[in-house]
Structures are given as structure tokens and as C-alpha cells.
Write a protein that binds this ligand. Structure first.
Ligand code: GLV
Ligand code: MN
Ligand code: MN
Length: 420
């Protein structure tokens, strides 16, 4: 079904939503920090809920705090069409990651309502809880729950660095995580979901393109590794006799990088050591213990699993050679998600109609759509990131791209919401 409309998004409104949301920030002056269920996140949620209500949406939250702003359709008993993303951030991240997808969905629905475009299915603006692993070490908390990959028992065991469980944090934030299983969606419960997101890479910018049509979403495997050596005097203990957990961990980190480069079976493999804790972390003591994280991504699960296997083998060999112990726990091994061909076709068609050049691309970052894809068809629209930077204070997307992105999004959502 065609949808020949003149869509005109309000760039100023989008900018104002993003700038307001940036004020809920635990590190003002040094990027945006709004971690799941902290007071900044709760403030941001209240703000977005109020703005959704001001648009005339009916707002509700589920047991893990996912937010749904519903614009009622005319049909009865039809599964809804979703569009949204997340408002939580990494530590000292940017103002656009996730937030862009929420405010552009709000703007898209606002345009549809303002034009009085009839739609049979409900249109729902979604905000998923804790897409970033920043607080609990595991990402996509809200969408993971919806797809049945995070239970109440697991939420009781997932801890933040202060020993507060996800379960407790959700309760303190006013949610009811006692039976997360009841939030699980079945195929058919949601008709389709479309997420707009910043690209977080420089491919669009390099080619001067305002829009990307995502074909599939790379998924992560995350590990926490512990290396145990022996603390001793930095001057007293000879170089031959020491069992330095940190230098062993450094060699392991280099092996992680090497495996990400050389063991890769696809062009989308990455392997990163992002967080390191050294004990006792004193200048004149040989480190006795190190904990570090490994984040492996790929567009294919087999390739990702192969890299993981090679890394673990290399770490064992390094530990043996250096006389230290190494152990690890795998936190998650998520599945890459292909985007729906019909939704991709709609994004392409409307981009062409609106004269917006685009390219098809794989998402190296993960997104809530990766989990939503387990119970409904998903599509993603990318908009350019300046210098390809994201997860840092410099993260930036020109508002003109959010304007055009939300226009394409509105057209796609209006079409999906009228399908039988
Ligand atoms: C999400 O922010 C990711 O790490 O890909
Ligand atoms: Mn992110
Ligand atoms: Mn994101």
C-alpha cells in the first residue's frame, strides 16, 4: 500500500526533546550518564512519559519498566505496530544513542496524528529498560525480558557494582519484577517493530548519505574473566619468581584483539576488553588479581562462537606459561538478528520517494530490535554519526538527519499500521 503524503517533521521539537532529556545526567559537563533505574533514569522516564501524554498517547509500563505510549487504532483485536528504543546511556556517553529512536518515534506518531491519518492498528512508542550493560553488565534488559531471556530468578542474581540486584533496583524504581515471565511476548502479539538509531560508525558520513537501511544486527557474547597470580613486593620479588596477574591479563587482552582480527570468519567480527580491575592496584605491589571483560560481536553466531573458543584456548595457554590461574563466566551469548525484508523494502521505497539517498548496512552495535525480532518482524533506520563516534561525550548527529529519518519512519509506520 502506498502512502503518498508530504511528511514534515518538526526539527525544533526533536532537538528540544533531546536537549531536555540530556538534563537528566549524573555527569554534567562530561557527557551523559543515565544508567538504568538511577534517579537520572527515573527523571528521564517521567519526562518522556509526560511528553507522550502531551501528545495524546495512553502510557503504561510493564513489570521491568518498559514504557508503552499507545496511539489507538480503529481496528479491533489487531496486533500493534511498535517503534522506539532506549533512554539509558553508558557512563559518560552521548545524547543521541537510543534517545534518537524514542523521540523520532514520538515525532512520527505526532505527525500521523496531526495529519489525521487513519490507522487500523495501534501505534505504540516504546522505551525499553536498560539497553546498555552499563549498570548490570548485561544489555537489552527490557527487550530480553520480553523475549523470555531474562527471568525473575536471574534478575535477583544480576548485581550492579554496589551489590544491588536488578530485581531490587526495579522494585525501588516502582516496578513489579516478581513474575517477569508474564511479560513474555509470543509471535503475533506485535505486528512489527521499527527502530531508528544513530549509526555509531562513519560509513554513512563517508559516503555523504543521510540514511541507512539495516539488514541485520550483530550480537554480543560477553565474558567476565578472572586472573589470579600472586601479590608480592615490587622491588623485592625478582623478575623470574613473580606471577603478575596484570601482565598475564595484558597478554590475554592482546590475544583477544588478535583473535578478533585473525580468527574472524566475517567482516563484522570485533573483540574488545573494555573494563579492567586490578588488585590491589598499588604502585609498589605486583598485581595479584585482575578481573576483565570480553565483548565479542559478529553478524553470524558460528563465527562469534569460533572466536570465543580461540580466545579461551589462548588465555589458558597464556595462564599456563605465566604460572597464573584463569577462570571465566559467560554472561550471555546472544543471537544476531536479520531485519525483515518487507520492512526493509518499505524503508527503501519511502526513502526513494522522498529523495533521500541511503545504503543497506549491517549494524555492528546491538539494539533492542535484536530481541524483539524473536517475536515480531523488525526493521531499523540508521542516521549518520559525526566522525562515527558514539558511547562518548563527542557523540553527535545533525538534527536534519533526525528530521528526515523520522519522516521515513512515519511513512513506514502509517503503512504498517494499516496492513491487515
Ligand atoms: C549497545 O550500546 C552496544 O554496545 O552495542
Ligand atoms: Mn549504546
Ligand atoms: Mn543504543
Amino acid at each position: 500500500m502506498g502512502n503518498k503524503q508530504e511528511w514534515k517533521a518538526d526539527r525544533t521539537r526533536i532537538q528540544s526533546w533531546i536537549e531536555h532529556l540530556s538534563q537528566f545526567n549524573a555527569t554534567p559537563g562530561t557527557g551523559n550518564t543515565r544508567q538504568l533505574f538511577t534517579q537520572e533514569d527515573i527523571g528521564g522516564r517521567r519526562y518522556i512519559i509526560d511528553e507522550m501524554k502531551a501528545l495524546g498517547l495512553d502510557v503504561s509500563c510493564d513489570d521491568i519498566g518498559n514504557i508503552y505510549g499507545v496511539c489507538k487504532g480503529s481496528g479491533e483485536g489487531l496486533a500493534p505496530v511498535w517503534s522506539g528504543s532506549h533512554i539509558d546511556t553508558v557512563y559518560q556517553g552521548g545524547a543521541f544513542d537510543g534517545i534518537s529512536g524514542v523521540v523520532c518515534a514520538m515525532e512520527a506518531v505526532r505527525m500521523i496524528r496531526e495529519k489525521g491519518i487513519p490507522h487500523k492498528r495501534d501505534l505504540v512508542v516504546t522505551v525499553f529498560s536498560g539497553e546498555e550493560p552499563a549498570r548490570f553488565g548485561m544489555g537489552c534488559i527490557g527487550s530480553r525480558v520480553l523475549s523470555g531471556h531474562l527471568t525473575t530468578d536471574q534478575a535477583k542474581k544480576l548485581m550492579d557494582p554496589d551489590g544491588i540486584s536488578l530485581y531490587e533496583a526495579a522494585k525501588q524504581a516502582g516496578y513489579t519484577p516478581d513474575c517477569l515471565e508474564r511479560s513474555i511476548k509470543k509471535p503475533g502479539d506485535v505486528y512489527a517493530s521499527v527502530e531508528l538509531h544513530i549509526e555509531q560508525n562513519a560509513l554513512l558520513e563517508r559516503e555523504g548519505l543521510p540514511l541507512g537501511v539495516v539488514t541485520s544486527i550483530c550480537a554480543p557474547s560477553n565474558f567476565v574473566v578472572e586472573v589470579t597470580g600472586r601479590s608480592a613486593h615490587a622491588g623485592g620479588m625478582s623478575m623470574e619468581d613473580r606471577r603478575d596477574a596484570f601482565t598475564a591479563a595484558c597478554e590475554m587482552a592482546l590475544a583477544v584483539e588478535e583473535c578478533g582480527r585473525n580468527e574472524s570468519q566475517s567482516e563484522y567480527s570485533t573483540a574488545t576488553v573494555g573494563s579492567v580491575k586490578v588488585e590491589p592496584n598499588q604502585s609498589n605491589i605486583i598485581p595479584g588479581k585482575v578481573e576483565f571483560t570480553i565483548d565479542i560481536r559478529d553478524a553470524g553466531k558460528e563465527s562469534k562462537d569460533h572466536i570465543g573458543k580461540m580466545i579461551l584456548e589462548r588465555m589458558e595457554a597464556i595462564a599456563k606459561k605465566r604460572g597464573v590461574q584463569v577462570s571465566w563466566r559467560q554472561q550471555n551469548n546472544d543471537a544476531p538478528m536479520p531485519c525483515d525484508l518487507h520492512i526493509m523494502e518499505k524503508i527503501e521505497r519511502y526513502s526513494e520517494e522522498m529523495g533521500i539517498p541511503y545504503k543497506k548496512m549491517v549494524s555492528g552495535a546491538f539494539h533492542d530490535s535484536m530481541f524483539l525480532g524473536e517475536f515480531c518482524p523488525v526493521g531499523m533506520i540508521f542516521v549518520p554519526s559525526r566522525d562515527g563516534l558514539s558511547h562518548c561525550p563527542e557523540e553527535w548527529t545533525d538534527y536534519q538527519y533526525l528530521e528526515t529519518g523520522s519522516q521515513v519512519l512515519a511513512a513506514v509506520l502509517a503503512e504498517l499500521a494499516n496492513e491487515e
